[in-house]
Design a protein. Structure first.
Length: 195
């Protein structure tokens, strides 16, 4: 079973996270950040990942530390659950519509951390959530999962729709990338022999 549990405790956050890559999309999310709860629930559902997250963070300051640290923990969980990455497809991509928003996500489980993100939110906030934290979350995720991720907004005016399309697109691209290739289930998908 490709799963793991992560505990991350700092002066700013106390996080417990469990991830099963071969799940059914079940989510139990209590991040302390309402909008992030919504996004992570969608992330689990569309990726078919079982994901449990609890976070006690210093949200009286703002949501930044909680959002970033959950991204770190989720990235660590993906990396540990994938282990040597034997048999995975490695690559995944999708162009996903959410009403007027259209977002492309393309991922390479490369062993190299890189985020190229082009999102143009027209508002600074979605409710109480700072829209700039979407990129912060995925930067933290990529840095700790050691994956290359490209996110491109192709259309969109509603900030909620843009963010939702982004989380759904990334999870569906990851779902494809971490899936086991039945024609190469015992192989490391790299000419180097390691990822």
């Amino acid at each position: 079973m490709r799963s793991c549990e992560i505990t991350r405790k700092t002066a700013e956050t106390d996080i417990r996270l469990s991830l099963n890559l071969d799940g059914s999309g079940k989510a139990e999310i209590a991040s302390g950040v309402g909008f992030l709860d919504h996004m992570l629930t969608l992330f689990a559902r569309h990726g078919k990942f079982d994901l449990c997250v609890t976070c006690k963070g210093d949200t009286y300051v703002d949501d930044h530390h909680s959002v970033e640290d959950i991204g770190i923990a989720l990235g660590q969980a993906f990396k540990q659950a994938l282990a040597e990455k034997r048999g995975i497809f490695r690559y995944g991509d999708i162009t996903l519509p959410m009403d007027e928003a259209l977002v492309l996500a393309s991922v390479d489980i490369s062993g190299r951390a890189m985020l190229c993100c082009d999102l143009q939110f027209l508002t600074e906030k979605i409710g109480d959530f700072d829209t700039e934290l979407v990129e912060e979350f995925f930067q933290a995720f990529c840095s700790n999962a050691s994956v290359t991720l490209h996110i491109r907004q192709l259309a969109g005016k509603n900030s909620h729709h843009i963010a939702e399309a982004t989380f759904k697109a990334v999870s569906r691209a990851l779902r494809k990338a971490v899936a086991i290739d039945p024609e190469a289930k015992d192989e490391i998908p790299s000419t180097k022999g390691v990822l």
